[in-house]
Design a protein. Sequence first.
Lengths: 319, 221
Amino acid sequence: MKSDKKSLERVALVCSLFLLAAASNADASVSVGITLYNSGSSVSESVSVENANYASSAILLPYSGFADYPYSIYSAGAGASTSSDGKFTDTITAVQEGDDANNVDASVETKSGSFRWSKSVGSYDDIAMSMGVATTIVNGELDSSYANSDSSVAKEILTQNSMYTDKSIITPDSINSQGSGISLDEMENAFISHIETQHLGKTALVDSDAFELTDTEGADHTFSDSIKLKSESAFLANSLSILSNNKCQLWSLPQVSSGPILAGIKFTPFYTNTKESVFEVQTIPEDSYPMSFTTITPITPESIKQYQSFTMSMIAKWF
Amino acid sequence: MKTILVAIFVVLLLSTEALGGSGTVKTSVGTITQTNVFFKPPESIKDIGGGYTISTSADGEDKTTLDFETESTFQLNDDRTVSINSAATTLATGAKAFGMMAALTQTYPTENGYRSSVFQTHSCTVMPYLFVIEQIAGSAASGDTSGGYNRNIVSIGDEIFNFAAKSDTKGDTLTEETYDQAISTLPGFAWENGFDYINSIDECGMDYTGTLSTNSVLLVD
């Protein structure tokens, strides 16, 4: 016990690390690389930020169980954007002696948006680590990617007169990403989403687009995506809705791709290594044309209110 | 070569009187469901077939009756897909709310697994006072085409109101509604209806389902 206490005092002097990376000026870029290791395990982190702050602290001990600490290495940190145009990349790799390396990675770039993220990593009996990311864009662009050793998710989102928020959690065994969007104006709004998911030897691309090109009374749109990748299963879901309001009615134009309101979903599955299709590209609607609408002024008596919705949704699962 | 496998004619009649007392007691009158019918040609090593479900219900006061009649036919196409035609007529009296749900399902094998398509439609009519409603609902699916309709005739005393919706993905209408403008004289009238086209693939260890749904709510202040 006495020996442990002396050791703790010596170790504490050199092994409590407080790391700070910050950038507050426009277009400023800062990066930092950190490696913590002892005789049993190693944790490396590489962080790069533009227009974002990041702070992290770490505790490094000789071995797990030292001075009753349950871990031998522990590190936690968090960051956030400081400008609407910001970027960060955070890559963490951890390995224990005799085991394979684990990693969690996240990269986010926003234009007209914001983000924040946090991470924790500890070397216990096993490596435990996770990273959480939250992003929002309003009339802007999002380019993000989340990955671990087995899988990855990449999102490219563009919004006009609309907003999109995303919350993602990455661990060595799972990626969970939930996003949702909504139009902010009934006129000239647009939503473009390209999401690529790779897991268990298969890759799925989901493209979801909605355009409202009219500058007269038009329609709202809503969007949601859900991605759940676990060690032995993958689940994707996307939904895109076009909603009328009481000021106009939606008039569908089947098999016409030039209506002022267009919306569609495309699903492309292929084997990751060979790029060969799992099955042919699927579209909603099925005929490969986007849903096409025009708006008309209601001709109904004033006492009649009508609300319409057209929803496209897809779910994909593989094991 | 087309082979007619089965022709089904089902007539179900339900006439239920509420057990409640007079005045304000609200009574639910049951639901009728014709469960799925599935077909498997003897020459096929995999299931080929489909089925249909139609369900209606009505809520009212004191005395509500619901007469339900349905008819469906099935036909095998080129040993791969099934054509289904289904129609139902329902008469509800003494109702304040009337609802309908119908679905057709096709399932057929492919080289790497199975594919299926489902067409669904639903309709719900609500009013603050008692009405009589006759609804004719129909749907059909064959190969990669499907569609359906519901036509409604509501009587309140001597007055009659018509409203209807139809949809199909291979024709000219994704969804279309028609109704009497005279409905504007029925404050509290509400009609919700919609159609769903669902296509599923289960091949090479991947399940995919894509759905196109329409929905419409009509309210009278």
